[in-house]
Design a binder for this molecule. Structure first.
Ligand SMILES: [Mn+2]
Length: 483
């Protein structure tokens, strides 16, 4: 299919979902919305929520990690006139049809479709159905956005939220960390509506307005051990580079630096990280920066990447409704509360990363992988974020990383595995590795090729690590991992 046709076909399916929603609202029906617990899922829920609010619809939003029996039970007891699933659902089409065949369902997702694609009671909007790459060209929030825009053109003002969702799912995979594909159309909408600007600069949060040392101290991408979370050390670092933090009485922000100072800062950061046994591509520190121009300077929701971190934080710290209401336009008290959650999340991440780097036995290098032994120190809800951050800054970035934390109840360890994109070309598929290794160790696992997870009984942790190391080795040699 030509690119233009595929987008047209995709938009037609979004229109079908919009029509069904409008019809339900017209009949005064109750709509239950379920969305995925991550930054993109929270953004998707915010987009749909705002569109429904504007229609004066009866609806409720629930953010969850996956579709399970609890959700089916809730639906069966509430008997809504319509169900919307956003940023998940495409993996459950058969199950949804089995359990909820009497319900009208719209699935607005961008994950791989598992099993059948079409069922009479389900309107399925998914870019993969039209040959569009859902992994990098459009996110769950993006799919929700096109449906919202078909509901009412006024919803074009939700374009920045869809951009936040795409960045939350790390879809900035085009040259110089740019959003491409269908995402580019959403960016255009935002820019044309005067809500968004795109510039090329250092990608650090707060680069516009925050004092430089605070920006460096608060970054977790990259994580800079000894500087992240420590403003005084950050000031000393700047002094050692002869970069003045103040201009007269006024603190300078990153955007105030000259090109030469920016270059000096980037290469010094790379050297510093290398001295700590971490690796960063300087080119990754510079890229397309997406700014929500209507938001107040100094707030984390002015920068789309930082906005995504805030949404992720509300999810991980068990306050996703805060994130949803901010996406729906709430500011004031909601934003203040979300800021506190974000600070707490950053402190937690910094504490964990500092802990990992403190002693070599906490992150070990094996033949084919790195292993982080989070045990009972790292919270199992945060272990995924920790492995994502560490996987991008390893001394040998081509080795996948697995990190685990003990789950309080049940005697289980939760593993999270990450690697960088290029490893898929070299045969690595962590979803397959986690699945096969977990099966061998009486657990269960699975996921995407570069991000996956597993749960195994604690007593099998060492055996599991050994199997994962072997399986990754097999994949690198081009051998099959399933026997
Ligand atoms: Mn997503």
């Amino acid at each position: 299919m030509a690119e233009k046709d595929s987008t047209t076909e995709f938009l037609k399916s979004a229109e079908e979902a919009a029509k069904a929603i409008l019809e339900t609202v017209k009949e005064d029906g109750f709509i239950q919305v379920f969305s995925h617990l991550d930054a993109d899922g929270v953004a998707a829920a915010g987009v749909i929520g705002k569109a429904l609010l504007r229609l004066d619809a009866k609806f409720r939003i629930r953010i969850t990690q996956w579709v399970d029996e609890k959700i089916f039970a809730e639906i069966l007891s509430e008997k809504p006139q319509m169900i919307i699933l956003s940023d998940f659902g495409s993996g459950y089409i058969n199950l949804l049809n089995d359990k909820l065949s009497d319900f009208k369902i719209a699935v607005l997702d961008h994950h791989q479709i598992v099993g059948e694609r079409e069922k009479p009671n389900i309107i399925h909007v998914n870019p993969h159905s039209y040959g569009i790459d859902g992994a990098r060209d459009i996110s769950g929030a993006g799919v929700a956005y096109f449906v919202a825009k078909k509901i009412d053109e006024e919803n074009v003002d939700l374009a920045p939220i869809a951009v936040v969702g795409a960045l939350g799912d790390l879809q900035d995979k085009y040259d110089q960390r740019k959003l491409g594909g269908v995402n580019e159309k959403i960016v255009e909408d935002g820019v044309n509506a005067g809500l968004l600007t795109v510039e090329r600069d250092l990608i650090f949060f707060g680069r516009e307005t925050r004092p430089i040392h605070k920006t460096l101290a608060s970054t977790t991408n990259p994580f800079i051990p000894g500087i992240s979370g420590e403003e005084d050390k950050s000031l000393a670092f700047l002094a050692s580079l002869d970069i003045k933090p103040k201009h007269g009485e006024r603190w300078r922000a990153l955007r105030d630096l000259s090109d030469d100072e920016k270059k000096r800062l980037c290469s010094a950061l790379a050297d510093y990280l290398l001295s700590k046994g971490l690796h960063i591509e300087v080119t990754n520190l510079i890229g397309h920066v997406y700014t929500l121009t209507r938001e107040e300077p100094w707030t984390p929701i002015r920068d789309a990447r930082e906005f995504a971190v805030l949404l992720n934080a509300t999810g991980r710290m068990e306050k996703p409704s805060l994130g949803v209401s901010i996406c729906m336009g709430d500011r004031g008290a909601a934003l203040e509360a979300a800021n506190k959650v974000l600070e707490e999340y950053r402190r937690t991440i910094n504490k964990y990363l500092g802990w990992v780097m403190e002693k070599p036995e906490r992150m070990k290098e094996m033949e084919n992988i790195y292993v982080v032994y989070g045990e009972s120190f790292i919270n199992e809800k945060i272990v995924g974020a920790i492995s994502s951050i560490l996987a991008t800054s390893l001394p040998n970035p081509e080795k996948p990383l697995i990190a685990y934390a003990n789950v309080e109840e049940g005697g289980l360890a939760k593993f999270s595995a990450r690697t960088i994109d290029i490893m898929t070309n070299k045969g690595v598929n962590l979803g397959e590795v986690m699945q096969v290794a977990a099966e061998k160790c009486l657990g269960n696992g699975g996921g995407h090729n570069i991000a996956a997870g597993a749960q195994v009984p604690i007593e099998n942790v060492d055996a599991f690590i050994k199997v994962v190391d072997e399986l990754v080795g097999k994949q690198l040699r081009g051998e099959k991992v399933r026997s």
